[in-house]
Design a protein around this ligand. Structure first.
Ligand code: NAP
Length: 816
């Protein structure tokens, strides 16, 4: 007889399969055929063709669904539009009851949902049962709360309208919950398109919604290909697109919606770092790696797919990791004792395998454990690639499979540098027993979520979303609500502009310097024959007055066409210099972003004080340029001083919040600056427009490149004398005058500009949004629509602060 110890050593996990029978019964109820869910009914288009959905672990046919064409997309949007009229007016407390009922129904159907999700996607039942479905319910409970509180806590906001939502296949239910719950809580109605590989759990969810008694048309679900998704994006009656998927498709959507006035949020790809310092609990970190990269077979947007280990513990850590990999269990997703299930589709399997081969060709050593694998089905071994160069394609590109690449570092600074050496910025995981070191790294890594000594933490109460090419917008938490709200005073922008056909060459932003008008030589006074000294205002770059690179000037005319001055006609080189100066000021120690809010607020008060001291001069200048009355110009200058006071106040009052997540520990949402913000100012209020945009940006730690009003630039060029006397460090505010569209074009195409604010024409707004897709800059544009900058509601406040910041959530567990 074996001893207990021998038994313990040889004990294998036996299979513990979950039964698929309830799911099969549900599929049979529908004859394994599904239509589209519109107005709480199943709609089958005449002559519909069906497309099969298979279980990736055994290739069994699960069911067939139809593809939505233009007619069906139109019908779904019309249903959502009709429902919006009453749903948006339904009191929040009533909407809360519906969300609560959906959450309860999800819990009642927990097992059915989890088993279907695993059969459709291939993910282990342990994950769908313990993570995906509970989190789905949690999001509906959380946002039921915000529906309840909307009228009191968000009274300055209104619903956006009809929302088109497009989701990927890796977390079909969870992504659906992240999108639908906040949208309907805030009074919007929805048309959602699930991914082609995984359509079925969304259809089961549709039934759950109907069962909860949600009014028809509030949630509509249409299956279909990327073409159906594209129709939804293009639909003129859709007010917002919320997309989760790859960065490449995100770019297409950014371009497609450019200039349309549709709101857009993009949750895109990632290549997240997993940083292990020498003093980390290495065994704990190993379990962290397993969760970070092999959760959901590595098909996770925030997968910790780049392991970055301190050099002196790297060999030990990699050996421990390989030992752990030798004990991974890959198999039937419905088996409760497996670690990894099946890859979603053959094409994904091929892509993953292709990347592993690329890694090897790039010089990687490839480790795949010698473990038992199922004979059939789309299974892939956990894989580790070591010895790669940080610039290797396998280190830089998202593989979206169970493949980990590893790098080493020597110093904490090098760890952060490597972590940030990516075009993405979705998440990061940092492991160290030194809390100072871990938190310093967490604050320096550019990513939307940073997990300290943990990984893959999610909760309804915390936002999730990316920096850089991982997209913009947040899902979850209070911050996630703003994707589904519009300020109360603002209508849905419907710009008066038709986007040119794709591929059409545009002349936007092309600029030929014109010969400036020659000023008539004025005498300083009647009796003195000496001409006045010519004083053409310079650019203001890096805290210095500089002449325009091209040595051209632009004439500034009064309302009556009289020449009132000249300014430099900036070009690409001036913009590049200004961006460089803004970068230096942002990063140099202690960079503007690193100063504490109190210091920034003192400087803003100082600017206000100095502007007020020169009040009369600024009034005179506005009258001279615009022809407005003295009284109106005086009101503008007074409002500008007031606005500086407002943002001096906000400089130390918008740092973030403690999020009440389910983590035992601390989750903090930090409102970080965007970085370098390029700002093109409106013409309406030459001083106030400039100040209203500059002040919130710098109050929150950004450095800026300002393009003042092209028509009336002299208030801005006078303003740099105010900046000079107000202790503003060089490079924090840079001013480049000239042809606004031409200068913005260079700014938006600049790789090192993090965000663009543009308050020019509808055409310019289109191009800014379109061009920003190249590196997924966040943009804020005015669509050429009027905004009353004098009005406090429209000219300052939360909208401005929101645009000046991006939220990073840092998760720190406490206890043993
Ligand atoms: P994908 O190819 O970009 O597809 C995502 C969704 O967009 C699918 O529903 C797809 O439909 C649809 N689609 C594709 N092309 C479209 C177009 N031109 N117009 C409108 N819709 C279009 O991404 P995926 O392969 O499904 O998902 C993996 C990606 O999602 C990864 O990059 C991952 O990092 C990212 N992701 C990000 C997050 C996040 O929160 N940041 C979360 C999960 C996943 P079809 O399926 O019919 O093609």
């Amino acid at each position: 007889m074996s001893t207990l110890l021998e038994l313990f050593k040889t004990m294998e996990y036996g299979p513990a399969p979950e039964s698929p029978s309830a799911v099969n019964a549900w599929l049979e109820e529908h004859n394994r055929k599904f239509g589209l869910f519109i107005n709480n009914e199943w709609v089958t288009p005449k002559g519909a063709k069906y497309f099969a959905s298979h279980n990736p672990s055994n290739d069994e046919l699960l069911a067939e669904t139809v593809q939505a064409g233009q007619k069906e997309v139109d019908a779904a949007v019309a249903a959502a539009r009709a429902a919006f009229e009453s749903w948006s007016r339904t009191p929040g407390v009533v909407r809360a009851r519906y969300l609560y009922a959906i959450a309860r129904n999800i819990q009642k159907h927990h097992r059915l949902l989890a088993v279907l999700e695993s059969m459709d996607n291939g993910k282990p039942i342990r994950e769908s049962r313990d993570i995906d479905v509970p989190l789905l319910a949690r999001h509906f409970y959380y946002y039921a709360g915000w529906a309840q509180l909307m009228e009191t806590e968000l009274r300055d906001y209104q619903s956006v309208g009809v929302v088109g939502q497009i989701i990927p296949w890796n977390f079909p239910l969870l992504m659906l919950g992240w999108k639908i719950a906040p949208a309907i809580a805030m009074g919007n109605t929805v048309v959602l398109k699930p991914a082609s590989y995984t359509r079925l759990s969304a259809l089961l969810f549709a039934e759950i919604v109907a069962e909860a008694g949600l009014p028809p048309g509030v949630v509509n679900i249409i299956t279909g290909s990327s073409k159906s998704g594209s129709m939804l994006v293009e639909h003129p009656d859709v007010d917002k697109i919320a997309f989760t998927g790859s960065t490449d498709v995100g770019r297409i959507l950014r371009r497609q919606t450019a200039g349309s006035g549709k709101k857009l949020s993009l949750e895109l790809g990632g290549k997240s770092p997993f940083v292990v310092f020498e003093d980390a609990d290495l065994d704990g970190a190993i379990e962290g790696v397993v969760d970070a990269i092999w959760f959901n077979q590595g098909q996770v947007c925030c997968a910790g797919s780049r392991l970055i280990v301190q050099e002196n513990v790297a060999a030990k850590f990699i050996q421990k990791l390989k030992n752990r990999m030798d004990h991974m269990r890959v198999g039937d997703p419905l088996d409760k004792s497996i670690d990894m299930g099946a890859i979603v589709d053959q094409s994904q399997w091929d892509t993953i395998d292709g990347w592993v081969k690329t890694g090897v060709s790039e010089g990687a050593e490839c480790y795949q454990p010698n473990i038992k694998m199922p004979e059939h089905g789309l299974f892939y071994k956990p894989t580790l690639l070591t010895g790669l160069d940080p610039a290797a394609a396998t280190v830089q590109e998202e593989i979206f499979g169970p493949v980990l690449v590893s790098l080493t570092f020597r110093t904490p600074a090098e760890a952060v540098e490597l972590a940030n050496n990516t075009r993405y910025g979705l998440a990061a995981s940092v492991w160290s027993d030194n809390i100072n070191l871990a938190l310093e790294a967490a604050s320096n890594i550019k990513a939307g979520s940073v997990w300290v000594n943990c990984t893959n933490q999610f909760d309804g109460a915390s936002g999730f979303g990316g920096y850089r090419e991982s997209g913009f917008g947040r899902e979850g938490g209070k911050e996630g609500l703003f994707e589904y709200l519009r300020p109360i005073w603002m209508e849905r922008p419907r710009p008066d502009f038709k986007a040119p056909a794709e591929g059409t060459k545009s002349g936007w932003g092309e600029h030929v310097p014109a010969r400036p008008a020659m000023p008539t030589t004025e005498r300083a006074n009647g009796s003195d024959l000496r001409p006045r000294v010519d004083r053409t205002p310079k650019m203001y770059i890096g805290g210095k007055q500089v002449r325009p690179d091209g040595a051209y000037t632009l004439s500034v005319l009064s309302a009556k066409g009289k020449l009132v001055g000249q300014v430099g006609d900036g070009n690409r080189k001036d913009i590049r210099d200004a961006v460089e100066a803004a970068h230096a000021a942002h990063l140099s120690k202690p960079g503007w972003a690193m100063r504490h809010g109190f210091n920034r607020s003192q400087i803003l008060y100082f600017i206000a004080e100095n502007l007020d001291a020169r009040n009369a001069e600024f009034v005179k200048r506005i009258v001279e340029m615009t022809g407005r009355t003295q009284k109106s110009a005086q009101a503008e200058v007074d409002a500008a001083v007031e606005r500086l006071f407002s943002y001096a106040a906000w400089a130390d009052k918008y740092g973030g919040t403690v999020q009440e997540t389910t983590l035992r520990g601390i989750t903090v949402a930090v409102n970080e600056p965007m970085g370098v913000v390029g700002i093109a100012c409106p013409d309406e209020y030459p001083l106030l427009g400039f100040v209203s945009l500059m002040a919130p940006a710098i109050a929150r730690g950004n450095t800026v490149v300002m393009i003042p009003s092209q028509k009336h630039p002299l208030s801005a060029t006078d303003f740099y004398q105010v900046l000079d006397t107000s202790d503003v460090p060089g490079g924090v505010v840079n001013i480049v005058t000239g042809d606004r569209e031409h200068l913005v074009k260079t700014l938006v195409q600049h790789e090192d500009v993090d965000s663009i604010w543009y308050f020019g024409t509808a055409e310019g707004s289109y191009y800014v949004e379109y061009e920003s897709a190249a590196n997924m800059k966040r943009t804020w544009v005015g669509h050429g629509l009027p905004r009353n900058w004098m009005d406090r509601e429209q000219g300052e406040g939360h909208e401005f602060l929101h645009e000046a910041t991006q939220v990073k959530n840092i998760w720190v567990p406490t206890g043993e």
